[in-house]
Design a protein around this ligand. Structure first.
Ligand SMILES: Nc1nc2c(c(=O)[nH]1)N[C@H]1C(S)=C(S)[C@@H](COP(=O)(O)O)O[C@H]1N2
Ligand SMILES: [Mo]
Length: 394
């Protein structure tokens, strides 16, 4: 591909913010301190978690960059950036969350395999770009189609980065055609993040954003789109990012028995306190984020200051000063997180817990042990932090 190339080593990585917590240098995997997440509803791109499986691709010549669309369609097509920009532009607020968010906490139960994320492998941004549904119309696939005339049922996104899991091949993933062609699913080919051109870490010049779905399906540095009959057969769809029960281990795993994870479940995390904090007795602000997948809003966030015996309801907001209502179409970004906040009185050392309920009344599991899985994905257990009340030296 002339416009976009993939280095085979890490000598040409972009600069990154020094306050990121680095979980792996090559490939670069890093997350912000949790306190940074609650300082704004939109996560600045500098502080947005970075999840990579290879060296960051490079744009040699943006004028020559194009994506090709082919597969089970009558006519293949190449689209340059100017063709994508010609389509109506949408700005969609959507939270991207890695399926491995909170993996470190899950690994305390029993070892899991994967990058050790704390609670910040998540971020909320306004993504600007064309709707995939409009792009697919350019190759003759109508809105709301679930199958093409030639039998295509899935839309595969292929990048150009060199991933060791793919034996040096590119990262790829797919979504069902019915989701890709549904304008309300808001699947984007995004070229902007928070009003600025995407930066290299986040997929410059063009990435997919699949709102409400685990981050793994939002392919960065898009190179081509294939319309295919079956789901993408790549590593990250077939041999990774699947949810297994706790009884499955590396000796008895059979990947084909489980579906590729798509929507993420309801999640919520306290970001105003570390895992263990020493505080003065008195009022403490407890705040954090809550989000659910599939476009389900957050109906409630409960906070406990006695380890989960009794609960108080926190207030929720997206725009400061405006209370959030889960099913208020006019005032809620349905793909985006809500921030929550409550001030509590803490006089003794205790455990503070938070859990959220989504608009389908889905709740978070209490115990991480019950959802433990060998890849350490989707840790959505009640979020717990310890506070130690100290009386001196504070
Ligand atoms: N081409 C490509 N796309 C990719 C990845 C990747 O390694 N290569 N990682 C995926 C994963 S697992 C996640 S969680 C998100 C992370 O996006 P971000 O780095 O912009 O936060 O990108 C996804 N898209
Ligand atoms: Mo991820």
């Amino acid at each position: 591909m002339p416009g976009l190339t993939a280095p085979s080593d890490y000598s040409l990585e972009p600069p990154r913010h020094p306050s990121l917590l680095i979980n792996a240098k090559t490939p670069f995997n890093a997350e912000p301190p949790r306190s940074a997440l609650i300082s704004s509803y939109l996560t600045p791109s500098d502080f947005f978690y970075k999840r990579n499986h290879g060296p960051i691709p490079i744009v040699d010549d943006i004028e020559r960059y194009f994506i090709s669309i082919s597969g089970l369609i009558e006519n293949s097509k190449s689209l340059f950036m100017k063709d994508i920009r010609m389509l109506p532009k949408y700005n969609v607020a959507a939270t991207l969350q890695c399926a491995g968010n909170r993996r470190t906490a899950m690994s305390k139960t029993k070892t899991v395999k994967g990058v050790g994320w704390d609670v910040s492998a998540i971020g909320n941004a306004v993504w600007g770009g064309a709707k995939l549904a409009d792009v697919l119309e350019l190759v003759g696939i109508p809105k709301l189609a679930s199958i093409t005339r030639l039998g295509g049922r899935h839309v595969e996104f292929v990048s150009i980065d060199k991933c060791k899991e793919e034996n040096g091949g590119p990262y790829k993933a797919s979504v069902p055609l019915s989701q890709a062609t549904n304008p309300e699913a808001d699947v984007l080919l995004a070229y902007e993040m928070n009003g600025e051109p995407l930066n290299r870490d986040h997929g410059y010049p063009l990435r997919v954003v699949v709102p409400g779905v685990i981050g793994a399906r939002s392919v960065k540095w898009l190179d081509s789109i294939n319309i295919i009959a079956e789901e993408c057969q790549g590593f990250f769809m077939q041999k990774d990012y699947k949810m297994f029960p706790p009884s499955v281990n590396w000796d008895n795993i059979n990947w084909s028995t489980r579906r590729a994870q798509m929507d993420f479940p309801v999640q919520c995390v306290i970001c105003s306190l570390e895992d263990v904090s020493t505080i003065k007795p008195g009022q403490v602000k407890v705040s954090g984020y809550a989000v659910s997948g599939g476009g389900r809003g957050i109906e409630r966030v409960d906070v406990s200051v006695d380890g989960g015996k009794t609960w108080l309801e926190a207030s929720r907001y997206q725009k400061s000063g405006t209370p959030y209502i889960a099913d208020d179409a006019a005032n809620s970004d349905k793909w985006a997180w809500v921030l929550f906040e409550i001030t509590v009185d803490i006089l003794h050392s205790t455990e503070i817990v938070a859990k959220a309920v989504d608009s389908a009344a889905n709740v978070q599991p209490e115990r991480v042990e019950d959802i433990w899985n060998l890849r350490g994905i989707l840790n959505t257990s009640w979020h717990r932090v310890q506070v130690r009340v100290g009386h001196s030296n504070l």
